[in-house]
Design a protein around this ligand. Structure first.
Ligand code: HEC
Length: 117
């Protein structure tokens, strides 16, 4: 059996190994982490669920044809109050700052690119 001290060392080593992995989360990873809970892992939205959490992003004209700047602003500022576009069964969308989504341009490219495939 490993001593408690050894176990602690092993734990510290595991944490150190996990940290770089977190820094390497890619755009899809950030989508899965921050957005998929409401918008669905494939951007399908959750209209079919109850409670319904968010509109689909896949096949959504705002994503496909909208400007990157407009999408960026939704990600950063969210949608609440007068910014809301959809019915009230959805919750507000929270805004995501630089800590939650460091590479907003990369995420928007993912939404317009791979997510639409
Ligand atoms: C708590 C649930 C929730 C999370 C998490 C969430 N959203 Fe949303 N999102 C919403 C809701 C609800 C709306 C629609 C709000 C409205 O306009 O009524 C929305 C709207 C949007 C829109 C505009 C769609 C349109 O048709 O106008 C975009 C783009 C978007 N979200 C992207 C994202 C991205 C990218 C993330 C992750 C960084 C994310 N959302 C995380 C709930 C969420």
């Amino acid at each position: 059996m490993a001593s408690p001290k050894k176990k602690l060392l092993l734990l510290a080593a595991a944490v150190c190994l996990a940290l770089p992995a977190l820094a390497e989360v890619d755009n899809k990873g950030f989508y899965m982490l921050r957005c998929a809970g409401c918008h669905g892992s494939e951007g399908q939205g959750s209209k079919h669920m109850s409670p319904s959490l968010a509109p689909a992003l896949k096949g959504n004209p705002f994503i496909v044809k909208g400007s990157a700047a407009a999408i960026r602003s939704v990600v950063r500022q969210g949608r609440a109050g007068k910014r809301r576009l959809y019915d009230d069964t959805y919750p507000n969308m929270p805004g995501f700052g630089a800590e939650a989504v460091p590479d907003v341009d990369g995420l928007v490219a993912y939404l317009k690119g791979d997510l639409q495939k």
